[in-house]
Ligand binder design. Sequence first.
Ligand SMILES: NC(=O)c1ccc[n+]([C@@H]2O[C@H](COP(=O)([O-])OP(=O)(O)OC[C@H]3O[C@@H](n4cnc5c(N)ncnc54)[C@H](OP(=O)(O)O)[C@@H]3O)[C@@H](O)[C@H]2O)c1
Length: 280
Amino acid sequence: MDHTPSSRLYPLFPSESGSSVAIEGLYLNAPLPTGSGKIPWVYANFVTSLDGRISLDAGVGCRVPGTVANPRDWRLFQELAARADCLITSGRYLRELAAGCAQDALPVGSEFTDLQQWREDQGLNPHPDVAIVSGSADFRIPATLREQGRRIWLFVPEDAATDALRRHQDAGAEVAAQFPGRRVTGRQLRETLGALGYARVYSVAGPQIAHTLVADGSLDTLFKTVRHRIIGGEPGAFETIIEGPGLENPADFRLRWLYFDPGEGPGDEQQLLRLDRVTG
Ligand SMILES: NC(=O)c1ccc[n+]([C@@H]2O[C@H](COP(=O)([O-])OP(=O)(O)OC[C@H]3O[C@@H](n4cnc5c(N)ncnc54)[C@H](OP(=O)(O)O)[C@@H]3O)[C@@H](O)[C@H]2O)c1
């Protein structure tokens, strides 16, 4: 048997041309899919350390640490939100928001007026709609979501408490789907949002929803910013991009693009990847 590995490599960096592009507008102007038929294109984005951490325990739950987060990635996160018809968020996020310890408001952030304007120029609401996914319906919907003109969709269990549902409906939410047990599947999420007319759906949630989407092939694209920095963390006190049972069939992704961002120098370097799910 021939054990010689494939011997062709692609030297992506340093690049021979030495050409560069601006970060601002990179994801805003990139051609992106819109799904097909009634199945939306679903994507997620994570910033990670070199050792794969997306968040560390901060005493009030896990947070993206300041040693990994940075304004350039934040801009791209917002640009991806500007491209979405609908965001996916979680019940946990809304509980943290109500407790005053969430990372930030849902995008598009108030400081990104250019992105809100860009959406308006495309005939869109300045803010994408929101799908809230929860195994309990135990959260509060902030008034800002309705004030921002978003439609708010609920994915909650069949046995969700009636008074909780009424409260959410009073806050402007509509039930998109109710599912048996505590876990909606990626397929149900995707198909329901497609049937509601959405073509581009952006998960801004964390590793559990990423697992839900990846497990049954419902995540089409993963955007990943990898900061060239190792941050460590005690076992159980950090999160990675996916959390849940091992995948019987590993999910394979194909590199669509890779940018090197030198930042302000060592410690600030990162790479920006777009990875598309391999299907079939
Ligand atoms: N570094 C990064 O780029 C990045 C990006 C995003 C998030 N994060 C981090 O990830 C962490 C968690 O984020 P997150 O809470 O938004 O997301 P998450 O861990 O994906 O979602 C957690 C919650 O979502 C609900 N949920 C998840 N899968 C479900 C399913 N299949 N069916 C029904 N409900 C489901 C549950 O809500 P209920 O508890 O209400 O049942 C669960 O508690 C945070 O620490 C955040 O900072 C990091």
